[in-house]
Design a binder for this molecule. Structure first.
Ligand SMILES: O=C(NCc1ccc(CNCc2ncc[nH]2)cc1)c1csc2nc[nH]c(=O)c12
Length: 253
C-alpha cells in the first residue's frame, strides 16, 4: 500500500515510519510512504499558502491552488509508478467535519492500493478544492486538535495493522478487541505477586479452553460496564450470550 500525506510538517510522520510495528513494516517495504509539502507549490515567492477568510473571522485558511497542485502531484506519483490500480485509490481529507473513524472504515481503507491523506492546518482549507478533489472526509473524534497530521497518523497506524505480515502472529489484528467489537480483557505478566496482589488462578492453569472463556467473560463484563452501547449493535455468539446472561444475572443479585 502506498500512502502519501499532504502536509506542512512532513517530519512529523517519522513517528510512524521510524518507530514500532509500523516502522518495522515500512523498513520491510510492506508499505510505502511519501510526504508532499504544499508550500513548494505556493504561487508567490514568499511561500504563502494561507490567507485571510472571506467574510472575516479568526484565523487563516489554506489556499486552494497549492493544495490542488499537491493532490495532482500525489495522483501523478502513483500513476507514474503504476502502483496498484488507480481506481483502487482514494483522497481522504482529515477534518473535524468528517465521518467518525471506526473499525469498519479502517478495514475498507486497508484494501486500497493508494491512499492520499490531506492534512489541514489553520482553520481549514478552501472549500473549492475539497469539493473537486477529496473523496471523503474523516474525523478521529469529537474533540479539537491543532491539525490533520496526528489524526492522519492514527488512521495510518490502524490501517497498517490490518495489512498482511505487519503484525507478527503474536498480536494478530483479528484478535484485537475492536475487531471483535468488545473491550479487551485484563492482562497480567510476571511477577506473580505485585504489591500483595496476585494473578487470577485460571491464567496459571494451562487450561486454554478455561483461559479463553475467562478472557471472553472479562471482555463482556468490561464492555457491559464501560461501553454497554457497543453490545447493542452486536450479534452474540452462543458462548457470548450465555456468559452475558450469567453476568447480568450476577449483577441483578
Ligand atoms: O485538522 C483537524 N483539526 C484542526 C482544526 C481545528 C480546529 C478547526 C476550527 N474548527 C472550528 C469549529 N469546529 C466546530 C465548529 N467550528 C479546524 C481544524 C482535524 C483533522 S481530523 C480531526 N479529528 C478530530 N478533531 C480534529 O481537530 C481533526
Amino acid at each position: 500500500m502506498f500512502i502519501q500525506a499532504i502536509t506542512l510538517f512532513p517530519e512529523m510522520f517519522a513517528s510512524i515510519t521510524e518507530y514500532g510495528v509500523t516502522g518495522r513494516a515500512f523498513k520491510q517495504n510492506l508499505w510505502q510512504f511519501a510526504a508532499i509539502n504544499p508550500r513548494q507549490f505556493a504561487d508567490n515567492k514568499l511561500g504563502y499558502i494561507d490567507d485571510r477568510p472571506f467574510g472575516g473571522g479568526p484565523g487563516m485558511i489554506m489556499m486552494a491552488s497549492p493544495i490542488q497542485t499537491a493532490i495532482d502531484a500525489a495522483k501523478q506519483h502513483y500513476k507514474q509508478h503504476s502502483i496498484g490500480q488507480p481506481e483502487n485509490s482514494r483522497v481522504v481529507y482529515l477534518s473535524p467535519q468528517g465521518a467518525p473513524l471506526n473499525h469498519a472504515k479502517v478495514q475498507a481503507l486497508s484494501r486500497l492500493d493508494n491512499l492520499v491523506l490531506l492534512c489541514g492546518r489553520y482553520e481549514g482549507i478552501d472549500e473549492r478544492v475539497l469539493q473537486t478533489s477529496v473523496d471523503e472526509e474523516i474525523s478521529i473524534g469529537d474533540f479539537v486538535v491543532s491539525g490533520g497530521e496526528l489524526p492522519a497518523m492514527m488512521l495510518m497506524d490502524a490501517v497498517l495493522r490490518l495489512l498482511p505480515n505487519v503484525l507478527g502472529d503474536s498480536a494478530s489484528a483479528e484478535q484485537d478487541s475492536f475487531a471483535n467489537g468488545l473491550l479487551d480483557c485484563p492482562h497480567y505478566t510476571r511477577p506473580t505477586e505485585f504489591q500483595g496482589m496476585s494473578v487470577p488462578e485460571v491464567l496459571k492453569s494451562g487450561n486454554h479452553a478455561l483461559i479463553a472463556e475467562w478472557r471472553l467473560e472479562q471482555s463482556l463484563r468490561r464492555t457491559l460496564q464501560r461501553r454497554p452501547e457497543l453490545l447493542d449493535g452486536r450479534c452474540l455468539l452462543p458462548q457470548e450470550a450465555r456468559l452475558l446472561d450469567k453476568i447480568r444475572l450476577e449483577q441483578e443479585q
